[in-house]
Write a protein of this length. Structure first.
Length: 120
């Protein structure tokens, strides 16, 4: 797994690539989210458009990152999910608590409008 970071004004974009699975550095995802929060970035997009696979370990890291964002009273939006990853979110009912957009650009707009998942 590979992570790259990009900023859109005050929105942190985390671009994940490859497999988010046990033994592939899956903890990098929650670490990147926490690092953004530590820098005061409370609006975060995680772009999955280059992610091929995510298993339960990767899902756990996503939940850990989401929990950190909620505790910090921030907002998180996911983008670019392939059908398998979206199905995983549906099976675990996480699609009902996490905001998902088709593209990174749409996710950034959603955060700018203040309509992403996070504490209310």
């Amino acid at each position: 797994m590979k992570i790259t970071l990009h900023e859109e004004s005050d929105i942190q974009v985390i671009r994940a690539e490859g497999k988010i699975a046990a033994g592939s550095g899956e903890q990098l995802l929650s670490e990147a989210v926490q690092a953004a929060l530590d820098r005061g970035r409370l609006r975060i997009v995680i772009d999955f458009s280059r992610v091929t696979t995510m298993d339960s370990s990767g899902l756990g890291e996503l939940v850990a990152g989401f929990t950190g964002v909620c505790k910090a009273r921030g907002q998180l939006c996911l983008s670019g999910l392939n059908s398998r990853i979206y199905r995983l979110l549906r099976m675990t009912n996480l699609h009902s608590v996490m905001t998902v957009q088709d593209t990174e650009a749409e996710a950034v707009i959603r955060l700018r409008e203040g309509e992403a998942a996070g504490p209310r």
